[in-house]
Design a binder for this molecule. Structure first.
Ligand code: PXG
Length: 299
């Protein structure tokens, strides 16, 4: 495996960053989780836009231009010979001293890219659906560093996921400070009721998922249904016909049991199944992203 760090490729065992990097000392940094399907990097442009937005939001100067970062991502996937991959792109504040002051990180930010094989939910989960529980951990408020920043501070999400695991569930729902549903520990959430499709708005405190965006486009183009972004309580999930999650890792996946309540018929519903099919078709199509191996890029 070859890992990219600040312009150089390293073998896995030699890919190291300083213990004085503020990414390590304070979780001061941002990241993107990206997939490649069939030799194309899925919605790379959108991921890099979100990276830029996250960077601006935390006063972080990216070490190079978005165009150069795009090239580095493509090159890392290429050098690892992968067609289907999970790519982790991380930008840290860089090496500083033991204080919080970001001005002490004089060398500037560090960027590294790992491209690996992907670990997926077993296919049976796409038929049977996932079990969710509501976490006791609240989503960060909008008056904190907003959850829309994909920052290296994932402790709340990790703790929420641990609660799910302890309860025998696969994912945890985070409510926000007003008690509305925001998202899951690593996925956005949607529900379907009487043919209408709903998802929480950005103002609920969510990571604005790339998969969420693609699924909203597919709902409109393929199902002729415009997704409604509005705040909702857990009750709406319990009373839904179908609930599904979206994320880079999970793609589109049904949730069929939430806090002990059976949702709909207790298996992946017809609309969710249709969306899974449309999503996979799209992900493997030439329109889905940046080509890694062809000389001429088709977007
Ligand atoms: N909410 C949160 C909190 C996330 O971390 C999403 C929503 C979905 O966003 P995207 O852009 O992926 O549709 C995420 C993304 C992992 C993993 O290793 C987690 C994510 C992405 C990739 C891998 O568990 N979370």
């Amino acid at each position: 495996m070859k890992i990219y760090i600040d312009g150089e490729m390293y073998d896995k065992d030699d890919a190291k960053i300083s213990v004085f990097d503020h990414g390590v000392l304070y979780g001061d940094g941002i990241f993107e989780g990206i997939r490649a399907y069939n030799g194309r990097i899925f919605r790379l442009d959108d991921h890099l836009k979100r990276l830029q937005d996250s960077a601006n939001s935390i006063l972080l100067k990216l070490p190079m231009s978005i165009k150069e970062i795009e090239k580095a991502v493509v090159e890392t996937v290429r050098q690892n010979g992968l067609r289907d991959a999970y790519i982790r792109l991380v930008v840290t504040r860089g090496v500083g001293d033991l204080g919080l002051d970001m001005r002490k990180c004089k060398k500037g930010s560090t960027l590294f890219i790992i491209a690996d094989k992907i670990e997926l939910y077993p296919e049976e989960f796409y038929e049977k659906g996932l079990t969710l529980v509501t976490s006791t951990i609240r989503q960060k408020g909008l008056d904190q560093v907003t959850p829309s920043v994909k920052s290296l501070n994932y402790l709340a999400n990790i703790m929420a996921r641990a609660e799910a695991t302890a309860a025998g569930a696969q994912e945890a729902i985070l409510l926000n400070s007003t008690g509305h549903v925001s998202e899951c520990s690593g996925d956005n959430i949607f529900f379907i009721k009487d043919g209408k499709i709903f998802t929480p708005p950005t103002s609920a405190g969510i990571l604005v998922g790339i998969t969420r965006q693609v699924v909203m486009e597919l709902c409109e183009k393929k199902l002729g249904v415009k997704v409604i972004e509005r705040n909702f309580p857990r009750y709406d999930l319990y009373a839904a016909d179908e609930v599904f999650l979206t994320g880079t890792g999970a793609e589109v996946i049904a949730a069929v049991k939430i806090d002990g309540r059976i949702i709909g018929k207790g298996v992946a519903g017809p609309t969710t199944r249709e969306l899974v099919k449309h999503f996979r078709e799209y992900a493997n199509s030439a329109a889905s992203g940046t080509a890694v191996y062809e000389a001429v890029k088709t977007k």
